[in-house]
Write a protein that binds this ligand. Structure first.
Ligand code: SF4
Length: 324
């Protein structure tokens, strides 16, 4: 995927994302209903090719069906019927999730239905007696996340939050580029280029971890290629999962501004400083300083910076930087 071509993608180039079927409008819920999500269906579908899956239908529970819930029995979490305690589908849901690994391994992300005892990613009601605590994880979701710990996973409810939405979509695009790179024979040069293109995104998430990963990579040629890829991917995804703070964005923007110091006029410098300060004070969204930086880098091209995904992390039509 070319940096400058993350526009609307043709079907063959769309990124594959797993999704709880009910979020696409499939009538697979226990009450024969669905939970169609308009942002997913109308906006994200331009870029993502959704692969729907309903684990409860897959294990043969009918439509409609008795609702199921998570219950703590002894030390273990079970998924049982809300009325029929004997209906224990825990193992069936785990088995179903394991049988999907073959297609799940090609995904670049997964969007799960919140609150579901099968699909919920977090804060699912877990009953101990009649008292639920919101500490459970859906059985299907847990098995998926255990198998693919680096896969970007998010719930549809959390996509309503601008920061979490941007974080998830950014991770998906980066993960898709990673998959594309590792599909080719290993090359330290390709990994070094990947690192350079994402360095400023890493900085915006966690400066210390970004520096640490850079130092580790400089020495990584001594290691086996499998070890290099495994460590890099896991360190990268942990770093990207932490929210990019305004403070870290300011620091990153100032760093980029430094590349222009010998080229732009004193007035332009003052304007850039002012815009970054206003962003820092929460008066402007991130898209404004980034647009101004892009403008200056178009006048005074710097290949390294223009190649950086920080300057264009996802398609502009998604307008994700407008709300940060
Ligand atoms: S099991 Fe998952 S996909 Fe199926 S209805 Fe429930 S939340 Fe939706």
């Amino acid at each position: 995927m070319d940096n400058l071509k993350i526009e609307k993608l043709g079907a063959e180039h769309k990124i594959s994302i797993g999704i709880s079927s009910c979020l696409l409008g499939h009538k697979v819920r226990f009450d024969s209903g669905h939970k169609q999500n308009s942002y997913i269906n109308n906006t994200l579908s331009e870029y993502f090719d959704f692969v729907p899956f309903c684990p409860e239908v897959d294990i043969g529970l009918g439509i409609p069906r008795e609702a199921i819930r998570l219950v703590l029995i002894g030390e273990k979490v079970h998924c049982v019927g809300s009325k029929t305690a004997d209906l224990d589908v825990t193992q069936q849901l785990k088995n179903s999730a394991k049988q999907q690994f073959q297609w799940q391994k090609n995904l670049s992300g997964y969007i799960l239905k919140k609150d579901s005892p099968s699909c919920g990613m977090e804060r699912v009601r877990l009953y101990k007696g009649n008292m639920p605590d919101r500490i459970g994880v859906g059985i299907y979701a847990q098995t998926l996340m255990d198998k693919f710990p680096n896969l970007p996973v998010e719930e549809e409810g959390r996509l309503g939050d601008a920061v979490l939405r941007e974080n998830f979509i950014q991770r998906v695009f980066i993960y898709a580029r990673w998959q594309k790179m590792v599909a080719q024979p290993f090359s330290m040069q390709a990994l070094t280029q990947f690192h350079a293109q994402h360095k400023y995104i890493y900085m915006s998430h966690n400066q210390n971890l970004a520096k640490e990963l850079g130092r580790w990579l400089a020495d990584a040629h001594k290691l086996e290629s499998d070890e290099v890829l495994e460590h890099y991917l896991s360190a990268m995804m942990v770093m990207l999962k932490t929210r990019a703070s305004r403070k870290n964005h300011v620091n990153t923007l100032q760093h980029l501004q430094g590349y222009l110091k010998n080229f732009i006029s004193a007035d332009d410098k003052a304007e850039l400083v002012e815009i970054i300060t206003q962003y820092s004070d929460g008066l402007l969204p991130l898209i404004v300083p980034i647009t101004l930086l892009r403008h200056h880098f178009r006048r005074f091209p710097n290949e390294y910076i223009m190649d950086s995904y920080y300057m264009k992390p996802h398609p502009k039509e998604l307008m994700l930087l407008n709300s940060l």
